[in-house]
Design a binder for this molecule. Structure first.
Ligand SMILES: NC(=O)c1ccc[n+]([C@@H]2O[C@H](COP(=O)([O-])OP(=O)(O)OC[C@H]3O[C@@H](n4cnc5c(N)ncnc54)[C@H](OP(=O)(O)O)[C@@H]3O)[C@@H](O)[C@H]2O)c1
Length: 232
């Protein structure tokens, strides 16, 4: 098999940037994406300076036209995709309980964290089918897991629980096409989202997504943290 190609959403910073770096270091051609072109190009240049084979594409995962445009550009340039990492996400309801959650916050969170990964995966299926070992990795969160859901950050928890269900549904639909779809939780990671109090580095936070991308993984429709399967 030739060089693998991976697309990482929200890879201008945080865990997505580190996933792009770790994949690039393992010889993967990485298609970095960001909704802000300037930030994305800068991130791409930073990894190019490290000698990695990285490319930049603009992508807002909440926009159908942006997803459509991305598909046509990647089709034109590469014809196939081996790995899709749905990493981009938002966490805008840290201070809300479920009793204060408003429609706009919930809609925006679901559009970004759940519908974006679903519609992007649908759009890129034909490219993943051209791979001998297509893999989709959804960056989810333990805050969407059954036994840690409570009244706090309701939109985020709902969006990640729903992303977990999307993972199972896509895995089932793509099983006979040989495309594996798994979800992972990076742990509590020191990024703009995770904050300064977080205990984990981006290096550790990115590790399981990279392992699910390139490792000897045969499962599909499962949820992982630290390279181990965990409960939904
Ligand atoms: N950090 C943690 O402790 C933690 C824990 C569990 C799960 N996670 C998950 O890990 C993933 C990455 O988180 P992070 O900590 O690296 O967060 P981050 O530093 O806030 O980065 C989020 C990334 O998503 C991008 N993004 C947001 N909305 C987007 C959209 N509509 N279209 C395209 N890109 C968009 C951001 O772009 P801009 O720069 O343009 O805003 C940024 O690149 C998220 O899915 C998050 O839920 C994180």
């Amino acid at each position: 098999m030739g060089t693998k190609t991976a697309l990482v959403t929200g890879s201008n910073r945080g865990i997505g940037f580190e996933i792009a770096r770790q994949l690039g270091k393992q010889g993967v051609t990485v298609l970095m994406t960001a909704r802000d072109k300037d930030k994305g190009v800068k991130a791409m240049k930073d990894l190019k300076d490290e000698g990695l084979d990285v490319h930049f594409y603009e992508l807002d995962i909440t926009s159908d036209s942006s997803i459509k445009h991305l598909y046509s550009e990647v089709y034109k340039d590469f014809h196939k995709l081996d790995i899709l990492i749905n990493n981009a996400g938002i966490f805008i309801d840290q201070d809300f309980t479920v009793l204060e959650l408003d429609r706009e916050t919930l809609s925006k969170t679901m559009e970004t964290n759940t519908y974006g990964p679903l519609y992007l995966t649908q759009a890129l299926i034909s490219l993943l089918k051209n791979s001998e070992d297509g893999r989709v990795i959804n960056v989810s969160s333990g805050l969407g897991s059954g036994n840690s859901i409570g009244e706090s950050h309701p939109a985020y928890s709902l969006s990640k629980a729903a992303l977990n269900i999307v993972t199972i549904q896509l895995a089932d639909a793509l099983r006979d096409k040989g495309i594996k779809v798994n979800a992972m939780c990076p742990g509590w990671v020191k990024t703009a989202m995770g904050g300064e109090g977080a205990m984990r580095s981006v290096t550790d936070g990115a590790d399981t997504a990279v392992w699910l991308s390139l490792g000897d993984v045969t499962t599909t429709g499962k949820f992982y943290r630290d390279r181990k399967e965990i409960d939904w």
